[in-house]
Design a protein around this ligand. Structure first.
Ligand SMILES: Nc1ncnc2c1ncn2[C@@H]1O[C@H](COP(=O)(O)OP(=O)(O)O)[C@@H](O)[C@H]1O
Ligand SMILES: CC(=O)N[C@@H](CCC(=O)OP(=O)(O)O)C(=O)O
Length: 291
């Protein structure tokens, strides 16, 4: 290796030192979502990043969505699927498909990719061990509630099963399906589920991976990326946001208001964006802080 190249490589490694010190032993909740999850090479890169975090002494927890995968399956079965205020209108028939795709397909895929590197990932549904308890949620349209079927709002998190896995050195991979108190099954937006779990685990960070660079100030114009904002600024901005970003930014707000020191929205299309955010001085994407 040439001296210049060696120097540059060593520089990259040593830049990570303060972040390794700061986040050693920290629980980081990572939301891995639909559109950042469609490319095979990116999926493998994501699994590498998660295992890297684990070997670097952090405690990663994955919460995943799978909106595009659910839509594809519903289409194939000829079941109509619509969204209201960013949430899927979930009939009992659609709920069976949501559960099958998230728990039986997407969760297995992620667990399989991570476990190529060692016996780390354990898949869970939010129904398991009462992890997520939800109540039926309606969507607000023009100030009025609209019925959207079996969509749940998480009212209680019992993180014991996840904490036990973390303590055992495993990487929990959680699907955003919840149980109701009477045993019903609910479809929960995965951003929302990730925020609820980050708060319950007193995580150091919530990281939401998506298919844009972060939060744009004047969407659909994508020239101005907001790199940092606080909870009060975000609260003022949320009513003006459009559908896909609403649950994401609400999740960041819930997390920081619930005691998580930092919440991030990152571009999952950038290879290894998770490592760049955690271990470099500049960071990337949009960061939300409590104040
Ligand atoms: N202010 C904004 N900044 C960035 N993206 C926005 C904004 N408002 C709406 N969006 C849209 O939100 C999308 C992300 O939400 P979504 O498609 O639900 O993501 P995911 O599948 O990763 O959960 C972006 O691709 C973009 O089309
Ligand atoms: C209620 C609701 O909308 N649930 C979502 C759950 C999956 C999800 O959130 O997936 P992404 O993160 O990939 O969008 C859905 O059915 O699509």
């Amino acid at each position: 290796m040439r001296a210049g190249t060696a120097h540059a490589k060593a520089g990259v490694l040593i830049e990570a030192l303060p972040w390794l010190e700061r986040f050693h032993g920290a629980t980081i909740v990572i939301k891995y979502g639909g559109n950042a999850m469609t490319d095979e090479a990116l999926k493998e890169g994501f699994a590498e990043d998660i295992v890297f975090l684990r070997y670097a002494g952090l405690r990663p927890v994955v919460v995943h969505g799978g909106g595009p995968q659910i839509s594809e399956h519903l289409d194939r079965l000829g079941i109509e699927s619509t969204f209201t205020a960013g949430l899927r209108v979930t009939t009992p028939e659609a709920m069976k498909v949501v559960r099958m795709v998230l728990v039986g397909q997407v969760n297995r895929d992620i667990v399989g990719l991570v476990n190529r590197h060692g016996p780390f990932a354990v898949g869970l549904s939010g129904e398991d061990a009462h992890l997520f308890t939800a109540e039926r949620k309606s969507a607000m349209v023009d100030g009025s509630p609209v019925d959207i079927g079996q969509v749940g709002e998480i009212v209680k998190v019992e993180p014991g099963a996840v904490q036990a896995l973390i303590a055992d050195g495993r990487i929990p991979v959680v699907s955003s399906v919840a149980r109701g108190v009477d045993g019903e099954v609910f479809n929960v937006n995965a951003d929302t589920a990730a925020a609820a779990l980050a708060v319950a685990l007193s995580a150091e960070k919530l990281v939401v991976l998506t298919d844009v660079e972060g939060l744009y100030a004047n969407w659909p114009d994508n020239t101005e990326l907001i790199d940092q904002l606080n909870a009060a600024e975000l609260e003022r901005l949320i009513p003006s946001l459009s559908s896909g970003m609403v649950p994401k930014m609400e999740a960041c707000l819930t997390a920081v208001q619930g005691g998580v020191p930092q919440a991030h929205v990152l571009d999952g299309r950038v290879p290894h964006s998770l490592l760049l955010e955690i271990f470099t001085n500049e960071g990337i994407g949009t960061m939300v802080m409590p104040s």
